[in-house]
Ligand binder design. Sequence first.
Ligand SMILES: Cc1cc2nc3c(=O)[nH]c(=O)nc-3n(C[C@H](O)[C@H](O)[C@H](O)COP(=O)(O)OP(=O)(O)OC[C@H]3O[C@@H](n4cnc5c(N)ncnc54)[C@H](O)[C@@H]3O)c2cc1C
Length: 419
Amino acid sequence: MSRVVIVGAGIGGCIAALAAKDADPSADVHVLAVSPERYRHEPGTIDVLGYVPDQQGPVARPAARIDSLPADHPYNLVGEDDLTRALAYLDDVFADSDRSTYRGTDRNALAPTVTGGVRPTYRYPVTVAAGLVSSQRPMHLVGLDCLTHIDADLVADRLDSVAPFDVTASTVEFPIDATETPPFEAFARALDENNETSDGRPVREALARAVRPALDIESRVGFPPVLGVTQHDEIRRELESQLQAAVFELPVGEPNLPGIRLRERLFDRLDEAGIELTRATVTEVSSTGGSIQSVNVATETEQRSIEGDNFVLATGGVASGGLVGTETEVVEPAFDCPVESPEKHSEWSISAPLGDHWFARAGVDVTSELKPTSRNGPVFENLVAVGGVIGGHNFVEERSRSGVAVVTGYEAGRSAVDW
Ligand SMILES: Cc1cc2nc3c(=O)[nH]c(=O)nc-3n(C[C@H](O)[C@H](O)[C@H](O)COP(=O)(O)OP(=O)(O)OC[C@H]3O[C@@H](n4cnc5c(N)ncnc54)[C@H](O)[C@@H]3O)c2cc1C
C-alpha cells in the first residue's frame, strides 16, 4: 500500500488526491489544508487555456493549441493525450447522480466578467450557463445596493458596447437586512432558507418582485453570485418562474458562492473516496538520501509527524502562501524548493499594469515528471509539484490557472501511486 501525502487542498491538491485514490484504491492518501477558505475568492470557473502568444483573441479549443506554448509548459510536459484524459477526469469528478454541476464542451465558452469584459472559460458552473455571451439574447443585470463592488450599470454599459445584444441593468435593495460584512453569505443563507421578509413575503418572491418592474424584453437576468449555498438550483428555478426569464450568476471574484460550492463539491468527493483531510500546515520536512520520509505538521491543537512514500507540493502561488516574496527573493516555504529570482528587485515587475511581470511567472522549476528541480536535478526523488506553485509560465495571462492545476494534479496523483 502506498502512502501519499498532499500538501495543499486547492483544485490541484484535490484532483491529485482523487486521481491517486482512483489509480490505487488501496493507497493511503492524506491531504493537508491550511486554509480552505481561500476558495471564496475564486470565480468557480475552470479556465484551461484562453490565450496563446501567436494568436490574437481567445483560443477556441484548448487541447488543439498547446503546441503553441513553450516545450517546458506544464501542458507540454504532460502531453495532449494526458491533458485530454485529465480534463475528462475532471468531468467525472463534477458528474452528479441526477444533474451536472458544471457544463462545457471541448471548446471554450465566453462568459461575461465583472468588469464588463468577456472571458474564455472551459468549464463553468451550471449557475452561470444562461449568461454566456454566445447565446446572444438580450440580458438584464441586477445589482444589490449593499454589494457596492459589483456595479451592475457599469458592467452592463461595458458589456453592451462589446456584446452583439442589448444589456440593461438595475440595482435593487436586497429584501432582508444583513448585518454581516460582507453580507453575501447572509444573503445566500436567507435565500437557501427562503426566510420571510418584514412584510411576511418569502425572500425569493420578494427579490423577484423587486426586479420585475425593471425587465422589458430581456429573456435572461444576471445576479451577483449570491443565489444560495446549498439550494441554488431550487432558488434559480423559482426566480426563473417568477421572472419568466432564464437566471444566471455573474462569475466574479469575492463575494463568491460558486467558489465555495466548488470547494464543497471537491471536499465531498475526497470524503466519499475515504481520503483524509487535515487542517494543518507543514512545519518541517525529514529526508534521507534525497527522499522525503515524513513531514511535521501543525494543527490548531497539536504537532505531529506524517510519514509517506510520495509527496505532492500543491500549495499554490503567492496568493495562497505557496510562494512567499522576501525583500530579495521568492521562496517556497513548505519543502524549500529553489525558486530563481532576478538579481535586482526592480526586475520583478514592469511598468505596464497588465504586462508580462516576472512575479506572475515565479515558481519552482519542474522536470518532465513534475519533480521540483534545481540545476543539479530533482530536489527530492519522491516529491512532485502541481498547479500554481509551478513557475516559468504566466498562467494569469494565458487564462490557464485552474486548468494547469487540474492537469498537473491528475498527472501527479497517478504517478504518486506508481513509483
Ligand atoms: C482571486 C482569485 C481569482 C482567481 N481567478 C481565477 C480565474 O479566473 N480562472 C482560473 O482558472 N483560476 C482562477 N483562480 C485560481 C485558481 O482557482 C487556483 O488558484 C488555481 O487553480 C491553482 O490551484 P492550486 O491548487 O495550485 O492552488 P491554490 O488553489 O492556490 O491552493 C493552494 C492551497 O494550498 C494551501 N497551502 C499553502 N501553503 C500550505 C502549507 N504550507 N501547508 C498546507 N497547505 C498550504 C493554501 O491555503 C491553498 O488552500 C483565482 C484565484 C484567486 C485567488
